[in-house]
Every structure is written in structure tokens, then in C-alpha cells.
Design a protein. Structure first.
Length: 392
């Protein structure tokens, strides 16, 4: 069977700016991305039905018989069985969301398809905040799947304190020195080549992926995922960092989602609770205004390639687009459009040529190549978001 993960257009728009440069299923959620979860369950590779400007990087491979899976939906065994049991021309739906359907081609309209209501459990990212709100449960689910039938590498450092060791899994090449790992309230997963430096304190559920580092005295609180190739320090609580981003210094990051190739300057902080304890409003790319999230705790959403200088202060419920360069005193605006350069004193456009130069330098530092395909994606987003910068 040929499996294709598609972007639900309404959900994708809600998940901007994170979906400017990736299909929905490339969001990291728990330990794996949603794509990686499905590939593990299916024991098969998948292709993507996404935005035209992303399709070169994430190609679509159609065959005569295909199962299309919503990229915002996480797999589970019962759901997988139901999806694989679909006949051609059938669609599986849950609470108004299309979970999957079987067809010869991607359907623009579902009027002629037979709808089957799914009465089981389904985890769906419907809002940006779901990524950190539901992250702890996804860490637990991914941990059980990834570690099933496997044996953890031993923790041999005699100065490291371990609590509930059966719920700690250590991959090959992990280096831990004089740390505290507490898995009493949830599992801890340490990916290949991870470094946990002296004095680090980690509470589960927690996951850190291949090649990442927790710096000296880092405080990693529950429901946090650190993707591959990251450096983190200070205090991090209920956060998802997709990968290749740094928060290496002191400062608080909480109830937040940080995409790839981002960098936080030293002593940067974000607020996750308003002084009056009222519900947090977040910028919506659908309505182009602030909308009530219904949450008391919500921190920062930061798109790819965005960076901030030392001592930057982000207010509760701030949304930062892609390729922003933020600096200066005082709290930053609660919505910073993509390709913005400046801070609370004012912004100007971060021109595409300069943004590409920085992106190329950042990737080269990690031994990666900034290819033409990446330039084309950033150019497309720059053009799409031009109206967002009209006030500069």
C-alpha cells in the first residue's frame, strides 16, 4: 500500500508560523516527528501532499491505490488497524476532522466518498498550544514504542543520581556527568551521543535527541522535548524544540514551541503567565488578530531561523515568525512578523539576501549545506508574508 501524509488546509493555517517551511507532519511532538511516528507504525516510508512551494523538498508519490493520512493526526494501534481496513472510496472521520481516506488521487472535495465515523481515541494537533499541552503524553507513548524489547545502555557515572531507573532509556554514546535524572513522574529518553553536563537536573517526561547537550546546571522540567543537534541550559519547562536550535545560557523558557535553527541570547526569558492571571491571547494567522487561547499558561511560539539578542524579554503568548532578528530592551511585541529585524523600539524588513547569508552560515557551522531548495522555500515565505510587514 502507498501511504501519503496530507496537510489539512484548515489545521495547517492554524499552525503557522511553524508550517511555513514544513508539512504539518514534520512537527516534532513527543520524541518523534509525526512523520516518524507513522513510518514506524507502518514500517514503510511515506510521501507528502503539501503546499506547492514545499513539494520539491517533500515530494508526492502517487500510485493507483493510496491511503491519505492527515498529518496532524498521531498514530495508535487501533487507529492504524481502522485506516488499513479502509476500502477504496472510504474516509475515516473523527469529530469533524478527516483522519484518513483511500483513493486513487488527492481529493479536493469529499462529497462523493463514504464517511465512516471513528469511535476510538485520536490525538490531533488542532492548535499551536496542543504541541506543548499534549507533549508529555506523546513522550510516554513514543517512549513505550521506541524502547519496547530493547535494553538501555547502563548509567555508569557514580556521581549521577537516578530515580525510577526502569523508566530511563539511554542510547549509545551518551555521556552523563554528576546529573540528577528523576523519572518518577514520567520517562526520560536520552538519544545517541547526548551530553548531560555536571549539575544538570532532569525531570520526566523528558526527551532529548541525538547529539544534543544539556549544559552545566541546566534545569529540565517535565513534558519537555529537545530535538537533535541542540544546546540547552538555564530553566526549560514544558517546551518542544524541534531541533538544531540553541538556548545555551541562563534564562527561563516555558510553555513554548521553538522551531529549527533558532538561537536565544544569554539571559533571555519568556513569560508564560500574565500578572493578572487572565487567559492568554495568541496571534492567529487565520484571523490576523489576537485570539483568546483559553489558557492561563502559554509562552512563546518561534518560527524557524529566528534569533534574539542577550537579555531579550518575551511577553506572555508571543508569536514570532520565521527569520526574525530580535534585540533591544523592554518587552517585545506579542506578534513579530516573519523577516523582521529590530525590537521594541521598532522593526524593519530583514532582507532576504541577508537572511539567506545568515542561514547559510548557521547550517555550515553544523556541517550542513544551505541548498537552492531551501532558498526557494524562504523566498516563497518572504513573498507570502510581505503584507505582514506593511507597518514597518
Amino acid at each position: 500500500m502507498n501511504y501519503i501524509i496530507f496537510d489539512d488546509s484548515s489545521i495547517r493555517a492554524i499552525l503557522l508560523p511553524l508550517t511555513f517551511v514544513r508539512p504539518v507532519s514534520e512537527i516534532r511532538f513527543g520524541i518523534d516527528t509525526i512523520t516518524e511516528k507513522w513510518q514506524s507504525y507502518l514500517d514503510n516510508t511515506v510521501s507528502f501532499a503539501t503546499q506547492d512551494y514545499l513539494q520539491e523538498k517533500y515530494p508526492l508519490q502517487l500510485q493507483s491505490d493510496n491511503i491519505f493520512i492527515n498529518g496532524a493526526v498521531c498514530p495508535n494501534p487501533a487507529l492504524l488497524e481502522a485506516i488499513q481496513g479502509l476500502s477504496s472510496g472510504q474516509l475515516l472521520s473523527f469529530e469533524g476532522v478527516t483522519l484518513a481516506y483511500r483513493a486513487t488521487t488527492l481529493l479536493d472535495t469529499l462529497d462523493t466518498i463514504e464517511v465512516i465515523e471513528w469511535d476510538g481515541a485520536a490525538t490531533i494537533i488542532r492548535q499551536l498550544t496542543d504541541i506543548f499541552l499534549l507533549n508529555g503524553e506523546q513522550i510516554k507513548a513514543d517512549f513505550a514504542r521506541i524502547t519496547h524489547g530493547r535494553t538501555s545502555q547502563p548509567i555508569t557515572d557514580r556521581f549521577t543520581a537516578v530515580y525510577n531507573e526502569s523508566q530511563i532509556f539511554v542510547e549509545e554514546g551518551v555521556n552523563i556527568k554528576a546529573a540528577t535524572l528523576n523519572a518518577e513522574k514520567g520517562p526520560i529518553y536520552l538519544g545517541k551521543g547526548v551530553i548531560i553536563m555536571e549539575g544538570a537536573k532532569i525531570q520526566g517526561p523528558f526527551a532529548i535527541l541525538e547529539g544534543s547537550v544539556v549544559n552545566l546546571d541546566g534545569k529540565m522540567r517535565p513534558n519537555t522535548t529537545i530535538g537533535p543537534g541542540c544546546k540547552v541550559g538555564g530553566e526549560v519547562s514544558n517546551v518542544v524544540i524541534f531541533g538544531n536550535s540553541n538556548k545555551g545560557h541562563e534564562g527561563f523558557m516555558g510553555n513554548s514551541v521553538i522551531a529549527e535553527w533558532c538561537n536565544w541570547g544569554a539571559d533571555t526569558n519568556n513569560s508564560n503567565l500574565k500578572n493578572d492571571y487572565s487567559k492568554v491571547e495568541l496571534w492567529s494567522y487565520v484571523t490576523n488578530r489576537f485570539e483568546n487561547s483559553g489558557l492561563q499558561f502559554a509562552g512563546l511560539i518561534m518560527g524557524d531561523h529566528s534569533k534574539c539578542g542577550i537579555n531579550t524579554m518575551f511577553n506572555t503568548g508571543t508569536v514570532v515568525g520565521i527569520n526574525c532578528n530580535i534585540f533591544g530592551a523592554d518587552f517585545q511585541p506579542k506578534h513579530i512578523p516573519s523577516f523582521a529585524w529590530g525590537g521594541s523600539a521598532g522593526f524593519k524588513t530583514y532582507h532576504l539576501r541577508k537572511a539567506n547569508q545568515v542561514a547559510r552560515a548557521v547550517l555550515e557551522r553544523r556541517g550542513r549545506v544551505f541548498e537552492g531548495i531551501e532558498e526557494n522555500i524562504l523566498k516563497a515565505v518572504f513573498e507570502q508574508t510581505e503584507a505582514h510587514r506593511s507597518a514597518f
